[in-house]
Write a protein that binds this ligand. Structure first.
Ligand SMILES: Cc1cc2nc3c(=O)[nH]c(=O)nc-3n(C[C@H](O)[C@H](O)[C@H](O)COP(=O)(O)O)c2cc1C
Ligand SMILES: [Mn+2]
Length: 606
């Protein structure tokens, strides 16, 4: 299903009861965030896309949360159910696999060639709806209702972008969804991170001494094409090929009015400009999808040379923050679509999942048809070398019959099968630039947990029934803020009095059969989802782990005593071996929460 423009998709959502129009005037300064955040966290049936028709200070309506539940995300991709993405691509690949890694890689490239063929050739026009209005004299992006998302953000941000660049050497196009900071009406910050396509083009431009590299920010278009910039395609593969395949129809391009670049003719808004690979400026802070503010850092500056838009353009945006939010479902589409590609390289993979609490890069659960000892390790090492999967901070590998989307089932496998003395692989390497716990920027400790059941060649590790917890003694030691779940003690600790690592060993003297996770004193230990999110986000898997018995010893044989793991999931300072500062957690300003409380019935939301 191809949509001719974004408003067709909006109409479809409205007819299906998946979109709410809000006519009450609202502010782009935090108010829309607070409303959207509340709606994003509702159950699927009440979680709607929101069309704000009247945003103070702008003539353009704003749409948000378009992709915010599985149904809308599926419709955006042209399917009824996200699982169809997996099936459609699997069919395209057809699993008559050649043998050996070399031919296999070629087979992978053939898939993209197939996409290219289905990509249905380039189509160009000179009369584009997105150029109905052309502003090349003093363009100012502030005409759009651009949001300030969170109270401590460094400014306003354009978020639901497709940022188009061409490699200054090869001319290959890249499309990336990167947030864009507004410094002023004509000066923007391009937040492409270290491992991304835009960054690669920046480096290529620097090498060639090119001072003005064209860049275009696309807003709106076909909802599948709008999503494609977030797909982690291999470098050198044009994201529009994927968009065309999903739509079953080519994208029609038009030349920019002020830059040597092409953009989709059916978009709502285009911001054209250039950047100099030698010019950088502090970007941020920004309340990010990790649930924390990403601190300031240097990123390239875009100089706007023109803005074009439809006469009746709608401004699309998204808000990220503490999960779950809209980006969870955008990531879910990626997860389903990339499953057949992962299986192409590693046929023993059955399924995988990226739960919301893991914010994509912090946790990936994989089920495999295990045939030998070390099979789980084969998979984790393979995935740590596969595209952006390299950034995964923790893999949990389970057997084929475990449903990876059922986190309780996965937790059971971990509790029952993992001997932390034997079944963990700790490595160092690249982590996401947004990872705040890593010991260095973009580099830190990662873990692979083999939670498969033992085979004959491995040591059997019968599940131990843990000895009861001496509650009074434990409370005496750590205070009253502790609880137990999944054979794991969750403790909120006053770090000014007790050191996490020493405390873990003292806890193990009382409770030898439990994993221990230590949080800051302020954490609500009874909110399991919050606890998991924090544990995954705040842990560097080399610096912050402790084992109850010795260290990991894969060669240990015979009657192997079971070891448990301790995680220091507290906020870290230089004293804790974390020299680079700790980010601030995202909270909405109290006065905005109050304002939205007071206006809630006026918005027409249930
Ligand atoms: C809502 C949303 C916002 C994103 N913002 C950024 C960003 O600001 N910077 C970035 O490098 N990646 C961001 N990403 C992730 C990239 O879009 C993703 O890694 C994509 O694969 C990049 O494309 P590329 O490989 O062509 O660079 C975002 C993803 C989503 C869903
Ligand atoms: Mn790319």
């Amino acid at each position: 299903m191809a949509y001719n423009r974004l408003t067709e998709f909006i109409d479809k959502l409205e007819q299906a009861g998946e979109l709410i129009r809000i006519k009450t005037p609202v502010s782009a300064d935090l108010e829309i965030t607070e409303i959207t955040d509340r709606v994003s966290k509702l159950p699927h049936t009440r979680n709607k896309a929101l069309l704000f028709e009247s945003v103070e200070g702008s003539q353009f309506p704003l749409v948000v949360n378009l992709y915010g539940n599985p149904q809308r995300m599926a419709w955006a991709m042209g399917v009824e159910d996200l699982e169809e993405l997996n099936q459609r691509l699997a069919k395209l690949i057809d699993l008559k696999l050649p043998k050996g890694m070399g031919p296999m890689m070629n087979r992978g490239m053939e898939v993209f060639d197939a996409l290219r063929r289905i990509g249905l050739g380039p189509s160009k026009t000179t009369k584009a709806p997105v150029q109905e209005v052309v502003i090349s004299n003093n363009p100012d992006v502030n005409i759009f209702p651009i949001l300030k998302c969170w109270p401590h953000d460094g400014g306003k941000y354009i978020t639901l972008t497709s940022v188009i660049t061409r490699d200054p050497g090869t001319g290959t196009r890249n499309v990336g969804m990167y947030r864009v900071q507004v410094y002023d009406g004509q000066t923007l910050g391009l937040h492409w991170q270290r491992h991304k396509g835009g960054k690669e083009h920046e480096e290529a431009g620097k090498l060639r001494n090119q001072q003005k590299i064209p860049v275009a920010i696309v807003l709106g278009g076909d909802p599948a094409a709008m999503w494609c910039g977030s797909a982690p395609l291999p470098p050198g593969i044009d994201e529009f090929l994927l968009a065309n395949w999903l739509r079953g129809k080519p994208t029609t391009f038009v030349k920019c009015v002020s830059q040597d670049l092409e953009v989709p003719a059916n978009a709502e808004i285009i911001i054209e400009g250039w950047f100099d690979p030698n010019e950088h400026r502090m970007e941020g802070p920004f309340g990010d999808h990790t649930g924390f503010y990403t601190p300031q850092d240097l990123f390239p500056v875009m100089h706007v040379t023109a803005i074009t838009h439809r006469k009746d353009a709608v401004y699309p945006t998204t808000i990220v923050g503490k999960p779950p939010m809209e980006d969870l479902w955008m990531g879910k589409a990626t997860e389903r679509l990339f499953l057949p590609l992962m299986k192409l390289f590693m046929g023993e993979i059955v399924d995988y999942a990226m739960p919301a609490e893991g914010v994509f890069h912090n946790l990936v659960i994989v089920s495999i048809k295990k045939r030998f000892s070390g099979h789980a390790q084969k998979i984790m090492y393979g995935l740590w070398g596969l595209g952006l999967m390299m950034l995964t901070k923790a893999f949990v590998i389970v057997d084929a019959d475990v449903d990876v989307h059922d986190t309780a089932a996965v937790a059971r496998e971990v509790v029952n099968n993992v001997n932390w003395r034997r079944d963990v692989t700790v490595v160092d390497g690249a982590v996401d630039q947004l990872d705040h716990s890593a010991i260095e920027d973009s580099y830190g400790g990662k873990v692979g947990i083999d939670a498969t059941r033992s085979t004959r060649t491995e040591f059997l590790n019968p599940y131990l029934s843990p000895a009861p917890i001496p509650s009074d003694k434990l409370t005496e030691l750590v205070g009253s803020k502790w609880c137990e779940t999944h054979q794991t003690l969750i403790v909120a600790l006053d770090k000014t009095h007790l050191k996490p690592r020493e405390t873990m060993h003292k806890i193990w003297e009382l409770c030898p059969d439990y994993n221990v996770i230590i949080f800051d004193a302020f954490v609500d230990i009874n909110n399991l989802s919050d606890v998991v999110w924090r544990a995954l986000g705040n842990t560097d898997w080399r610096r912050d782990i402790t084992f109850s018995r010795d260290t990991v010893d894969h060669y240990a044989s015979g009657d192997l005593p079971r070891s448990f793991i301790g995680l220091d999931a507290t906020s870290k300072t230089a004293e804790d071996g974390h020299p680079r500062g700790w980010p601030e957690e995202i909270f909405m300003a109290k006065e905005i929460v109050k304002k939205v409380d007071e206006h809630w019935s006026a918005y027409g939301l249930k």
